[in-house]
Design a protein around this ligand. Structure first.
Ligand code: MCA
Ligand code: AMP
Length: 501
């Protein structure tokens, strides 16, 4: 029996001495060297006692080693659970506990503060530094390079990615090998990636965009990546002249446009810029074309579904739209009952296909709420379809804020604020922000003498990742409510719409 995920993404590179990762310090890792590194890691997973189906959680800075852990998990049949480096110990406690991770890999720098989290949840903690050091790297260094992948099928789980929810707890989206492979194959073809491509990779590798879209596509195509630790506009401008493609969130594009030295010449070798994870303003699309001559290709997707739609590679890339459903992905726009709305009308995007996840880990009720009996997943994104099939996202039925491509759920922030002394209640809304697209703002109603806002800020810092911090705390006498008593968030969004623009 084979191991399709490993064989198709990684195993096929055995013996290929072609560049895979160009690091910013000038180091180059070939495809074969990467495979050998991941082989050692796969042995180390086994030596650490992990068996197929076990979960491995990883919260480390971006590095080739972090990527090699993903490859090692695929080889050993271990379910890979990458975590945002911004998550606090309080947030990690939940993910480790809920997933039942047996091994938790963190950076040496955070081991001291995270050891109690791992211990409390019964996980083994090992370290893996961005420089390739740490206890797990030591263990791996003593292992052989070649690992015979364990037999797996396309239906086996490959990864868990946690997504927050409108209410209550985060949910672990269970992704199978088929989910990841089918989408990577469709995208490689749709966007014409080949072994000649060099992708500027400046996204984090703990989310779908940087890992399953950018990295998996490049692994399938057999090309190389200019592997930046994070997005830095100046560094990107220095490296773009040796790249052929880039994938980014809209903030990457607005930040590039702020730089005068970003010109048509910078992009002389480029054939493709892709944007996703958040809406790209039509204005940014046009400004980018004016400056560089390139029309950004916008696509749309979700953790639970991988990529759903894309503007065409050949043909019209229509600003303000997310293009057409990808081959093999069935998409419909429906009312609340799952009946398709009339052409041109607004409804919720529902999607079905090999790309759609298996469900939420140990949350069968939530899964049943979001996947219809006929297999269509309800995205919560509001959209319209043009007569020629182009899809425009017009809003969200879910209470979600997207800041710089990261999702922020108001409920989580509101609960943390409401727990503070002197707060009667709060509402968090997303307002336009020139750099992050949207940013959370918190509106608080005082109780008694009212809250100490500096103390509220400190408490939020301890509890929640940096990108979730409200950019402003505003005190008001009362929240606007409708006749049913529900807080009118739309009114709050309108009231504070100009705070940052
Ligand atoms: C960092 N900070 C942020 C964000 N990122 N604040 C709001 N929104 C953000 N996105 C804060 C930090 O907490 C810190 O605050 C300060 O900014 C500086 O941190 P730093 O890391 O230096 O920030 P940065 O380098 O400027 O990062 C901005 C960024 C980054 C480049 C836009 O957030 C990024 O790479 N975003 C990509 C997200 C992504 O990959 N999304 C894909 C999700 P302080 O100083 O106060 O502590 S997958 C998905 O959505 C679906 C499937 C899809 O369709 O792709
Ligand atoms: P995530 O939960 O991180 O997978 O985020 C998925 C959400 O990001 C989707 O449900 C959309 O709301 C949003 N999204 C992704 N791509 C786009 C896009 N091109 N335009 C608008 N929204 C997008």
């Amino acid at each position: 029996m084979s191991n399709p995920l490993h064989d198709r993404l990684f195993g096929r590179h055995l013996g290929r001495e072609t560049p895979f990762l160009h690091l910013t310090d000038g180091t180059v890792l070939t495809h074969d060297a990467f495979l050998r590194l991941s082989g050692r890691f796969a042995h180390a997973l086994t030596a650490a006692g992990l068996a197929p189906g076990d979960r491995l959680a990883l919260q480390v800075e971006k590095s080739p080693e972090a990527l090699a852990v993903f490859a090692a998990c695929a080889a050993a049949g271990v379910i890979f659970l990458p975590l945002n480096t911004a998550y606090t110990a309080a947030e990690l406690d939940y993910f480790i506990g809920d997933s039942g991770a047996r091994l938790f890999l963190c950076d040496p720098a955070t081991a001291h503060s995270l050891r109690p989290v791992a211990e409390a949840q019964g996980a083994r903690l090992e370290t893996l530094g961005p420089d390739g050091t740490g206890s797990f790297a030591d263990l791996a260094a003593r292992q052989p390079e070649h690992f015979a992948p364990v037999p797996r099928s396309e239906d086996d789980l490959a990864a868990f990615l946690y997504t927050s929810g409108t209410t209550g707890r985060s949910k672990g989206a269970m992704l199978t090998a088929r989910n990841l492979l089918s989408n990577a194959e469709v995208l490689t073809e749709a966007w014409r990636f080949t072994a000649d491509d060099v992708l500027l990779h400046a996204l984090p590798i703990f989310h779908t965009h940087g890992l399953f879209v950018a990295t998996n596509v490049m692994l399938l195509a057999g090309g190389a990546m200019l592997f930046h630790p994070r997005f830095d506009a100046a560094a990107a401008i220095r490296d773009l002249p040796r790249a052929t493609a880039m994938m980014g969130v809209p903030t990457f594009y607005t930040r590039l446009l702020e730089q005068e030295e970003f010109t048509r010449e910078t992009c002389a070798t480029m054939r493709l810029f892709v944007s996703g994870s958040a809406p790209l303003l039509a204005e940014t699309h046009r400004r980018f074309e004016d400056r560089t001559g390139h029309r950004i290709l916008e696509r749309y997707g979700m953790t639970e579904t991988n990529m759903i739609t894309s503007n065409p590679y050949d043909g019209e890339r229509r600003p303000g739209t997310v293009g057409l459903p990808l081959p093999g992905v069935e998409m419909r726009i429906c009312d609340a009952h799952g009946s398709e709305v009339a052409p041109g009308e607004t409804g919720v995007i529902e999607v079905r296909g090999p790309n759609v996840f298996k469900g939420y880990w140990q949350m069968s009720e939530k899964t049943a709420e979001e996947i219809r009996e006929d297999g269509f997943f309800i995205t919560g994104d509001l959209a319209q379809e043009d007569p020629d099939g182009y899809v425009t996202i017009v809003g969200r039925a879910k209470d979600l804020i997207i800041s710089g491509g990261f999702n922020v759920y108001p409920k989580e922030i509101e609960e943390a604020i409401d727990a503070q002394p002197g707060v009667r209640e709060s509402a968090v809304v997303g307002v336009p922000h020139p750099d992050f697209g949207e940013t959370p703002v918190a509106i608080l109603v005082p109780e008694g003498a009212g809250p100490d806002l500096a103390q509220v800020e400190r408490a939020l810092r301890d509890a929640l990742a940096g990108f979730k911090q409200p950019r402003k705390l505003i005190l008001v006498d009362a929240l606007p409510r409708n006749t049913m008593g529900k807080v009118q968030k739309a009114a709050l969004r309108a009231r504070y719409a100009d705070l940052f623009t």
